[in-house]
Design a protein around this ligand. Structure first.
Ligand SMILES: NC(=O)c1ccc[n+]([C@@H]2O[C@H](COP(=O)([O-])OP(=O)(O)OC[C@H]3O[C@@H](n4cnc5c(N)ncnc54)[C@H](OP(=O)(O)O)[C@@H]3O)[C@@H](O)[C@H]2O)c1
Length: 339
């Protein structure tokens, strides 16, 4: 089997394709021949050594893949060899062969592609938990979504549309036409415009009910100031830590220092909420996960949500895929494919 390793902390060149013997599934496990691997921004932060909780190099990154079951271990009745499945992974996903617990994979519906399967779990789960579970999104709410052109951003847009929300999104200007067609009502180019001023102008000073912010640093304070009274800020990332393909710890530290401390007095006087979200630290909430997955599967089946796969790269070109995302060219999910 082939896997892409992060061999050291650094730029995209530290990614290296390595071979090892094919694994054999144990009791309750299946072996999957992978066709598509979803890239998440967290993989990039891990490569740069900026992701808390990642193992030390060398290790194989990757949280999600999709492929075909080719071998079932003892005791496995479902899924059977030949079935198409999505495989959530806790690291290790950048590979052409995976071993998974049979109970943890889910079937890809007929008519859906492997690429879409590999683009679903992390992005849509994060967006659902932020908007619905933690944000308590209500019909007609005003929602600010940062990095709205990325995988989570487009997932959040599609879910917010189901709730008939008015969507304000920040993204590089080259993505605005596409995003408007996706349903973002107000696209803001955060690189040339002050998004806080734009949001307040567009809402006549009222602000938004919900702000989804994975950028971090000073963006958290500015998003907080965009909130209407009783509004909530959901913080779920720190992409500001990545200031280019190489690791620049001083720049990262500077972004970290610009993160706000929220005043309890201000929170109380304005009935505002500030909430953190980390998908990986939510997995023990099994009921929450099951409800979210059931709802997402239903919406996917009914065509209410559909992952946008913006670009694909062969597995061995994972470094180029990272580069593509870090230079902010992606619209939607970037997926690695295996022929
Ligand atoms: N907490 C969780 O459980 C969780 C789960 C999933 C994702 N996340 C976080 O959510 C964010 C989005 O993830 P994703 O996988 O959807 O991202 P993605 O699809 O890889 O999108 C990356 C996009 O983010 C925007 N961006 C903003 N600041 C950036 C920076 N400093 N460097 C590079 N790109 C930057 C760029 O688009 P524009 O220039 O057009 O804005 C870029 O194209 C990340 O911060 C990620 O860590 C958190």
């Amino acid at each position: 089997m082939k896997s892409v390793y992060i061999t050291a902390h650094g730029g995209p060149e530290v990614l290296d394709l390595r071979e090892s013997p094919d694994p054999t599934p144990g009791a309750g496990q299946i072996r999957v021949r992978v066709k598509a691997v979803g890239i998440n921004f967290a993989d990039i932060l891990m490569r740069m050594g900026l992701y808390p909780g990642a193992p030390p190099p060398p290790f194989v990154p990757g949280y999600e893949a999709a492929g075909v079951v080719d071998l079932a271990g003892p005791g496995v009745i479902n899924p059977r060899a030949g079935e198409r499945v999505v495989v959530p992974t806790n690291f290790g996903g950048y590979a052409d062969t995976l071993i998974a617990n049979a109970a943890e994979v889910f079937r890809i519906p007929d008519g859906k592609t492997f690429e879409a399967g590999a683009a679903l779990a992390v992005n849509y789960m994060t967006a659902y938990l932020a908007l619905v579970e933690q944000g308590h999104l209500q019909k007609g709410n005003k929602v600010l979504i940062h990095s709205v052109g990325g995988g989570v951003g487009i997932a959040a847009t599609q879910i917010a549309k189901i709730y008939e929300a008015e969507i304000f999104g920040t993204a590089s200007s080259s993505k605005h036409d596409f995003l408007k067609r996706q349903g973002v009502h107000h696209c803001i180019d955060y690189r040339s415009q002050n998004f806080e001023k734009e949001v307040m102008k567009l809402t006549s000073g009222a602000g938004v009910h919900l702000a989804l912010d994975p950028v971090g640093g000073s963006s958290f304070s500015r998003s907080y100031r965009c909130l209407a009274k009783t509004g909530k800020l959901i913080m779920y990332g720190f992409s500001a830590a990545s200031t280019g393909p190489e690791r620049k710890l001083l720049n990262t530290a500077w972004q970290w220092l610009r993160s706000p401390s929220f005043s309890p007095f201000d929170l109380m006087m304005n009935n505002k909420g500030v909430i953190g979200l980390h998908l990986g630290r939510m997995t023990e909430q099994k009921e929450v996960f099951a409800t979210a997955m059931t709802q997402l599967a239903l919406w996917w089946d009914r065509g209410k949500i559909e992952p946008v796969v913006g670009a694909t790269f062969p597995l061995q070109l994972a470094g180029k895929a990272h580069d593509f995302i870090q230079s902010r060219q992606n619209i939607g999910k970037v997926v690695l494919t295996i022929q």
